[in-house]
Design a protein around this ligand. Structure first.
Ligand SMILES: CSC[C@@H](O)[C@@H](O)C(=O)COP(=O)(O)O
Length: 352
């Protein structure tokens, strides 16, 4: 079922709405042209929505999956309800491989599930845990914006460049890297924000430009290939991006193109900041080389909404994430604090 509605609330743009017995997701495949909400009543629909990128962005995927588990409990048949919920968790875990927030949120839900003695208890406690995960994500975003502003220590407005979409659409609200940019704007410390269009899925042009324009934050959109020239000519002080997984040595896995930006930033002596909640940190993996990097259908590169951009059937390599080595990053900002010049020691000091 689908319906229209507004994605603006008193706290700004939102993309996830929970109503107790159903979950509503703003269909990000259709932005910026159409604001269309999908209504999900079961975990399978939520898993499909994550796979198809109705909802995307690491924290938003985790939050949606948590609500998916809550829905599974609510609609469990009453017979072997435990088996039904376990199956839902398995299905949600198989939706996308890279963002660790998905597995982190499912583990939290699983812990609560294992402590429940009846279906009634599971229905209540799983819904409440999903709401807590959602609320804590927004709180983390606000805290990260504070830490990032302290780190930048700005005395006058500066220009920044960002990649992909890390805003309210990608999180529970406010955003990670885009939350920092939002806060810079609120404090009149933002001169100009350049947004990479982010081929092939166009999270920058379709989502970031839409979200910033909607919140009346001026944005300048650029083709990904223009980033080098912008860093060379436009007095950009910081490149600010999000993450899908940060490993124990401080390597950052994020949207394809992040690594190239880090190389460019280093060449132009522009500082490079990664902003992500601690739910994105995976201390169980030693380095980015161990992270499964999702590859999606070549159709995403070959065409846009049915319009061919390349010869039919041409071979395409479409990895949608890359690994930025820790050595190329100036700071990782989380709600727990900042890791400067990340390495295993700094990561362990903050994340154990
Ligand atoms: C706060 S969102 C951080 C990341 O998830 C974001 O930069 C990103 O890479 C999103 O990828 P996507 O494929 O759109 O889910």
């Amino acid at each position: 079922m689908a319906k229209q509605g507004t994605s603006s609330t008193a706290m700004g743009t939102v993309a996830i709405r929970w109503h107790g017995s159903r979950l509503e997701l703003l269909d990000q495949r259709l932005l910026p042209g159409e604001e269309h909400w999908m209504t999900l009543e079961g975990a399978s629909g939520v898993a499909q929505s994550i796979r198809d990128m109705v909802v995307r962005g690491a924290p938003a995927i985790g939050i949606s999956a948590a609500y998916g588990v809550a829905l599974a409990a609510r609609h469990a048949g009453g017979g072997d309800w435990k088996a039904e919920i376990k199956q839902a968790i398995r299905e949600l875990a198989a939706s996308r491989p890279t963002a660790v927030n998905l597995f982190w949120a499912l583990q939290r839900m699983e812990r609560v599930f294992h402590a429940c003695h009846s279906l009634d208890e599971a229905v209540k406690r799983l819904a409440s845990e999903a709401e807590t995960i959602h609320r804590e994500d927004v709180e983390a975003n606000v805290a990260m914006a504070d830490h990032a502003l302290d780190l930048m220590n700005l005395e006058k407005p500066v220009s920044v460049l960002t990649h992909c979409n890390t805003g309210a659409l990608a999180t529970g609200g406010y955003g990670t890297a885009l939350g920092v940019i939002r806060r810079m704007h609120e404090k009149k410390l933002l001169k100009e924000v350049f947004a990479d269009e982010t081929r092939p899925w166009l999270q920058g042009s379709r989502l970031t430009a839409w979200e910033l324009a909607r919140d009346q934050i001026p944005v300048t959109l650029n083709a990904d290939g223009a980033a080098a020239s912008i860093l060379a000519r436009k007095d950009v002080r910081w490149v600010i991006v999000g993450a899908d997984r940060i490993t124990a040595n401080g390597d950052v896995v994020n949207k394809i193109g992040t690594y190239s930006l880090a190389v460019l930033a280093r060449h132009h002596r522009v500082r490079f900041m990664v902003v992500a909640p601690s739910s994105t940190v995976d201390m169980s993996l030693a380095s980015g080389a161990e992270v499964p990097l999702e590859e999606r259908d070549g159709l995403e590169v070959r065409e846009i909404r049915g319009i061919p951009l390349a010869p039919e059937g041409v071979n395409v390599f479409n990895p949608v994430f890359d690994v930025t080595p820790a050595s190329m990053i100036d700071a990782i900002v989380t709600e727990k604090g900042v890791v400067h010049s990340p390495n295993i020691t700094g990561m362990k000091a903050l994340f154990g």
